[in-house]
Design a protein around this ligand. Structure first.
Ligand code: ADP
Length: 498
């Protein structure tokens, strides 16, 4: 109530009789009220119109007094007036009658009406006084609620709510579809309706979390349908609060994840199968190369004897060529055997202290002997440098890099080798002026069985040399990498710790 109104009523009270005083106080209260207060005759003619009514409907007091109440009643609701007047005529009150009235500017106002009869001194009903309260706020709350209800009803995901005691209080159509129980069958039942017996314990945990105000996100579990089928699903549970913030229940959104789980299981199963096949393949490569090695060694031995006893020059050159090919074959078989050892984690290193310069010289000599065309030039000022590692494996790496440098530079005849020592590592490089490698492939060439597709159709290989080299260098705690430009050439580097 406005202060002015009160002061005014006190002033008036001092100078008037008791009944006059009462009336004056009432008038002041009406004038100051925030609620719309209107009175009218039984014929609907407006007899009073307070400032709040002016504010609500936009008509001033002078514009409405003497007019029919229908100026604020939407045409389609005009019948309500007859009902209200009917009640009033019988001396009854109309309490909180919710309806809609129309303002001067045509806007519709949702209101709650309370109407009381006005009686004359003989007790006859002569009119009605009504208090109207704007319920627009409540209306928007109601609208929000109905939007929510529509969302819940049309959701593809089951949405269920329940009390803290686990009693189901709402059950949407998607829940019906998933679990097979109708809304009527589910509401009022305990949530254990859909919980498999061995998972009943989960409910306690969920409820105690919810009661503590916590949300449960994407809890993966199983729930049982009416037909007894268990469905894998993911549940998100949120607390439901009443107007004062007290937690009174939980609402949960459920998502069927059986398809996802099936896909995951299928993937795991396939992966397992592939792994088994892969292990079998590695085992086979290991066995096969081992079996090949024995006859190769003996062929090689007999060829050596033959070469010693044959006197005919031509025949001996054939034998020597055969020996060379057998040697290549032996190296290939050894590489394959090494691969299966790496896969089985059985590649052993015989570590000792050795002179890296010596190993480099030996490897260069070995390859120079078989290749008159190539000039392999070592650039270094190191004459002797001790490193710790497996000299045979390191030689294998250097031979691999030199062999590649030769194979992948058919149009050139120059290969440069570098040996430098830095603070705590030794660095070895092999440079060719051959076909080179696309920069995007540089990261992949060290993978098992990887070959740069189509790039060098005339150069055959298995794609295992660099993989082995990478393994060996890494096992020595070193690094290996390549720098290259297609058409210009490549340099392969590796380091070994000092
Ligand atoms: P392979 O040479 O038997 O195919 P590697 O593991 O030794 O197997 O080499 C893998 C791939 O890297 C080769 O197929 C080739 O495409 C590329 N590569 C290796 N060395 C060189 C090089 N010096 N120049 C150009 N390409 C090379």
């Amino acid at each position: 109530m406005h202060k002015d109104g009160l002061n005014q009523s006190r002033l008036l009270a001092d100078s008037l009789s008791l009944s006059e005083q009462k009336q004056a106080v009432l008038a002041a209260i009406i004038a100051a009220s925030d609620d719309t207060i209107i009175s009218k005759t039984l014929q609907g003619i407006i007899t009073s119109w307070n400032p709040a009514a002016e504010r609500m409907f936009g008509y001033s007091e002078s514009e409405t007094i003497g007019k029919h109440i229908s100026i604020i009643i939407p045409p389609e609701r005009i019948d309500e007036e007859a009902y209200i007047i009917g009640q009033i005529t019988q001396g009854k009150r109309v309490e909180r009658f919710e309806t809609i009235r129309v303002a001067r500017d045509g806007s519709l106002i949702p209101i709650s009406l309370s109407v009381s009869p006005i009686k004359d001194s003989n007790g006859n009903v002569v009119g009605a006084s009504k208090i109207a309260r704007d319920i627009r706020d409540r209306h928007t709350a109601y609208e929000k609620q109905s939007i929510l209800a529509a969302i819940v009803a049309s959701s593809d995901d089951p949405i269920i709510s329940k009390t803290l005691q686990g009693i189901i209080t709402s059950w949407n159509p998607a829940a019906e579809r998933m679990f097979g129980y109708t809304e009527a069958e589910a509401i009022g039942k305990h949530i254990s309706l859909i919980i498999p017996p061995d998972r009943l314990g989960e409910e306690e945990v969920i409820i105690s979390n919810i009661a503590g105000g916590n949300k449960i996100d994407h809890f993966e579990t199983k729930r049982r349908t009416k037909n007894g089928v268990d469905i894998a699903l993911s549940v998100t549970v949120s607390p439901v609060t009443d107007w004062s913030g007290n937690i009174i229940g939980a609402s949960k959104i459920i998502r069927d994840i059986s398809e996802r789980l099936n896909a995951q299981e299928e993937k795991a199963r396939l992966y397992e199968q592939v792994k088994i096949l892969n292990d079998k393949k590695d085992e086979f490569i290991g066995l096969a190369s081992h079996e090949l090695k024995t006859p190769l060694t003996s062929i090689s031995g007999y060829l050596q004897i033959l070469s010693g006893i044959i006197t005919d020059e031509k025949a001996r050159s054939f034998v020597d060529k055969t020996r060379q090919q057998v040697k290549k074959l032996g190296a290939l078989v050894s590489d394959l055997l090494d691969i299966s050892k790496i896969e089985a984690g059985k590649l052993a290193l015989s570590v000792e202290t050795f002179n890296i310069r010596q190993v480099l010289d030996d490897a260069i000599e070995l390859l120079s002997n078989g290749n008159n065309k190539y000039q392999i030039q070592l650039n270094t000022n190191i004459t002797s440098l001790k490193v710790i590692g497996d000299p045979n494996r390191i030689e294998q790496v250097i031979i691999n890099l030199l062999t590649n440098a030769i194979r992948y530079s058919p149009g050139s005849n120059n290969i440069l080798v570098y040996l430098t020592a830095e603070a705590n590592e030794v660095k070895i490089g092999v440079q060719d002026f051959g076909v080179g490698i696309e920069p995007s492939k540089l990261g992949e060439i060290f993978s098992r069985f990887y070959r740069v597709d189509d790039a060098n159709p005339n150069i055959s290989g298995l794609g295992i040399g660099l993989y082995l080299s990478h393994e060996i260098v890494t096992r020595h705690n070193g690094r290996i990498w390549a720098e290259s430009q297609p058409g210009v050439g490549s340099t392969f580097w590796f380091t070994l710790p000092l």
